[in-house]
Design a protein around this ligand. Structure first.
Ligand code: PLP
Length: 344
């Protein structure tokens, strides 16, 4: 339960890779890639899409295509782009990240308003607002359409674009039981990942207007991300969009089961309000040891988890983890906690 990125491709995906019709995608000639890109644009209600190797690459080419070097980009202070992408936002895209704190991932309109400073000779030009949905470090929380609309209203009033890091966008749509377009219609452009809950071995899609995607295609080339017979990546992506979205609900149910079980373990805390999709954040501050020690003890019991802070453990449900696995994990979690509290 370290991450939904550990999911392995399905047999159907491996068959699709074997049978994929291929061509040179740098020439725009891979029919499988073209089909996936059309599907991605259609699903999200945008004009065009671009396949890239990873979520990090998707965010990077999007930053480079949405803003010019030296401009300011408003980010959520716990966002993946700010924390986990090796500083590409400044090191490669040349932008000034302006982090804004939120309660659960969605900017409060007044906080966003305050972050967008007036145009002034002293200030970098603000050009972009980035939203993450679902929000990873906040525990897989969902940014609802109404919140996205409010964010977009503020950005638009100041002439800024809105970009969505939708690495787990389909988790958000499934959790809200809405069409993904209800979320994407409030943003200018976005990316989503195939390689997380959707179980593909790799790949992400950047989506937006024709103009934006043309720029992103050039940026992808610039950073060495132009791929040749990329249909072998696109083929499982098509299978994912056709067959893997609805089952995310199962991961969400398992996360609820896991979270509810953990709240019964003395010494551990879970904020159930944040358990909205496939992640569970566990507060281990009542244990006498850091979260890293807790997860190394869990590993000895066969339960893999990760830490996202000194006293914070993250568990992620995904394909391959069944209800029974959750029940077994709960027994291990209770045993390890009891031992650490000296109750055994
Ligand atoms: C919200 C978010 N954005 C972007 C990424 C980056 O994706 P990748 O690991 O494919 O580079 C991740 C990865 O976990 C993520 O959680």
């Amino acid at each position: 339960m370290r991450s939904d990125t550990v999911t392995l491709p399905t047999t159907e995906m491996l068959d699709a890779i074997k049978q994929a019709e291929l061509g040179d995608d740098v020439y725009g000639e891979d029919p499988t890639v073209n089909r996936l890109e059309e599907m991605a644009a259609e699903r999200t209600g945008k004009e065009a899409a671009l396949l890239v190797a990873s979520g990090t690459m998707a965010n990077l080419v999007s930053l480079m295509s949405n803003a010019k070097r030296g401009e300011l980009v408003v980010l959520e202070s716990e966002s993946h782009m700010y924390w986990y992408e090796a500083g590409g936002v400044s090191a490669i895209a040349g932008l000034l990240p302006w982090p804004v704190k939120t309660e659960q991932g969605a900017f409060a309109p007044e906080d966003l308003e305050n972050a967008i400073r007036p145009r002034n000779i002293h200030f970098p030009e603000p050009s972009l607002v980035c939203v993450e949905n679902t929000h990873n470090r906040h525990g897989g929380t969902v940014v609802a359409p109404g919140q996205l609309r409010a964010i977009s209203d503020v950005a638009q009033a100041h002439g800024l674009r809105v970009y969505l890091d939708g690495a787990r966008l389909f988790n958000a749509a499934v959790a809200l039981r809405i069409c993904v377009k209800e979320l994407t219609k409030h943003v200018d452009n976005l990316m989503f990942c195939l390689s997380k809950g959707l179980s593909c071995p790799l790949g992400s899609l950047v989506v937006g207007t024709q103009d934006f995607i043309e720029k992103a295609r050039k940026m992808r080339k610039l950073i060495g991300g132009g791929m040749r017979q990329a249909g072998i990546i696109a083929a499982p992506g098509i299978v994912a969009l056709e067959t893997m979205v609805d089952r995310l609900e199962e991961d969400h149910r398992n996360a609820q089961l896991l979270a509810a079980g953990i709240t019964k373990v003395e010494g551990l805390k879970v904020d159930m309000e944040r358990v909205q999709t496939n992640m569970v954040l566990v507060d281990t501050s009542r244990l006498a040891v850091p979260a890293a020690t807790f997860i190394s003890k869990l590993k000895e019991e066969g339960v893999l988890a990760s830490t996202i802070g000194k006293n914070k453990v993250r568990l992620v449900t995904h394909r391959g983890i069944e209800k029974e696995d959750i029940e077994n994990a709960l027994i291990s979690i209770a045993n390890v906690t009891a031992r650490l509290l000296g109750h055994e």
